[in-house]
Design a protein. Structure first.
Ligand code: SAH
Ligand code: SF4
Ligand code: F3S
Length: 449
């Protein structure tokens, strides 16, 4: 064990990944260094409870920590995130090494709590309160240049989709102040970012809570898009019901806004959508997709889907397949419904047997593979721009090593580039020459800048 070292293990969504990165930066600013698990003095598990056996995943991570550290009581173990929010101090009884439990809002105070706990070996601390408003967090030590930056614009969710645990683990929606968001975006751009993704559980409801400062989501997009140095803007995750005309119009008005939208559909049957409390139907979703594509004809849609929601019939599932085809999603994340204790759908009758749900998932994923392959194939021959993220070691050769980047649709693209330069964070003009199973291959055809 090395003094003043930390190790973070992260489960869950982009917001958790972002929280972990922030925590790492804040600990570095306090003089800690990142270390492998076996050397770390502080170990934090940042947890997710959205699906399947989250508690078991955390317990097995804690078991591994105990094994690797030999249960050394000088190693401070913390549990943060959504499972921590739900199970709270029960972690103190489950695992003696755990001395810090920090929920969704509590994680902001974790760096100070960690220092306090290291000075007081008998102490245990829990940070489980939800805050009234979005609390700004202490700045971290600037990390290495990241071409793609993620910026939180809100915390929590008020939608209470009946299957979902997030409103319980992340609390009520709290918009961050637009000034703080813009400051963070500016700092990221000064640190070399060229693409910004705005993050939240329901981003396009930004500003529509009591913490809103009068700036709407569409206005925020325009303000961020206008920041000098920004090449690309994305956001995740919007809710179809909150996608107003001005949000659609942004795809026509803002060239920085990438022609890619992740727009969770969840199910294709109106009956199921109603039971999920999604507050749109298939017609409304299709109409929205058509308006989005009218605003930006090359827009690529991706989505999230759940199969096996309680009561889902074969006809309901067929309606999902039909919607997936009609929308032509370039990609999707799909899941078998999983009961979340506390969420309303857990109380619904007619649970779908696991084997039936699995079979539907496989059929859905086979369709998505077909659509994904078709979408990738349709890109062959196109000229486009990449934001290069790093070398792609399994591609290219010694004379022209291959680099991986993303096109404006977010698809991974490999491109061989002349040896000897660091292309990380550079943009390149390329032509797509081939489609692979999950990525594209390109040839340089113009500038790198
Ligand atoms: N706020 C985002 C993301 C929520 S969680 C949104 O509204 O889309 C990410 C995805 O997990 C969801 O879109 C949903 O598809 C899936 N999910 C959430 N709860 C689930 C559950 N109980 N069972 C299966 N999938 C679930
Ligand atoms: Fe969950 Fe629905 Fe909120 Fe997304 S919008 S986080 S699925 S409750
Ligand atoms: Fe998981 Fe919490 Fe994110 S439940 S998906 S880590 S908001």
């Amino acid at each position: 064990m090395l003094q003043k070292t930390f190790h973070i293990i992260t489960f869950g969504c982009q917001m958790n990944v972002h929280d972990s990165q922030w925590l790492g930066g804040a600990l570095r600013a306090r003089g800690f260094a990142e270390a492998p698990l076996e050397d770390a003095q502080v170990v934090v598990v940042n947890t997710c409870s959205v699906r399947e056996k989250p508690e078991q995943k955390v317990m097995s991570a804690l078991g591994r920590i105990r094994q690797v550290t030999g249960g050394d009581p000088r190693v401070l173990v913390g549990v943060a995130g959504c499972v921590a929010q739900q199970l709270g101090t029960t972690f103190f009884e489950k695992e003696p090494q755990v001395r810090l439990v920090a929920g969704s809002d509590g994680i902001g105070a974790a760096p100070a709590a960690i220092e306090r706990l290291l000075d007081a070996p008998a102490l245990r601390l829990s940070l489980l309160d939800f805050t009234e408003s979005y609390v700004e967090r202490e700045p971290g030590a600037p990390g290495p240049t990241q071409p793609v930056a993620y910026v939180n614009i809100m915390q929590g969710c008020d939608n209470f989709c009946t299957y979902c645990i997030v409103p319980y683990t992340r609390g009520r929606q709290k918009s961050r102040s637009s000034a703080a968001i813009l400051d963070e975006c500016r700092a990221a751009l000064e640190n070399g970012a060229r693409e910004i993704t705005l993050l939240g559980q329901n981003v396009n409801a930004f500003g529509r809570d009591s913490r809103g400062d009068g700036v709407s989501f569409a206005r925020l997009l325009a303000l961020v898009a206008a920041l000098p140095g920004l090449e690309r803007l994305r956001y995740v995750t919007p809710h179809p019901k909150d996608m107003g005309p001005e949000d659609v119009e942004a795809f026509a008005a803002l060239p920085q806004l990438c022609p890619r939208l992740h727009l969770p559909l969840q199910a294709g049957s109106d009956v199921v959508l109603k039971r999920m409390h999604r507050r749109y139907d298939r017609a409304a979703y299709l109409d929205l997709a058509a308006r989005l594509r009218a605003a930006r004809p090359d827009l690529a849609l991706s989505t999230d889907l759940i199969v096996g929601f309680p009561g889902e019939t074969e006809a309901d599932f067929a309606a999902t397949l039909e919607m997936v085809r009609a929308c032509g999603f370039m990609s999707s994340f799909s899941f078998c419904y999983s009961d979340r204790p506390g969420a309303r759908a857990a109380l619904l009758p007619d649970k779908i047997p696991v084997a039936v749900a699995r079979d539907r998932l496989l059929r859905l994923q086979a369709l998505q593979d077909e659509l994904g392959a078709r979408w990738l194939q349709s890109r062959v021959g196109a000229t486009t721009t990449l934001l290069l993220e790093g070398p792609s070691p399994r591609e290219g050769d010694a004379a022209a090593p291959s680099w991986q980047g993303r096109d404006p649709y977010g698809a991974p693209v490999h491109v061989p580039l002349p040896v000897g330069a660091d292309y990380c964070g550079k943009m390149a003009r390329v032509v797509i020459v081939a489609a692979k199973k999950h990525s594209l291959v390109a040839r340089l055809q113009g500038d790198v800048w």
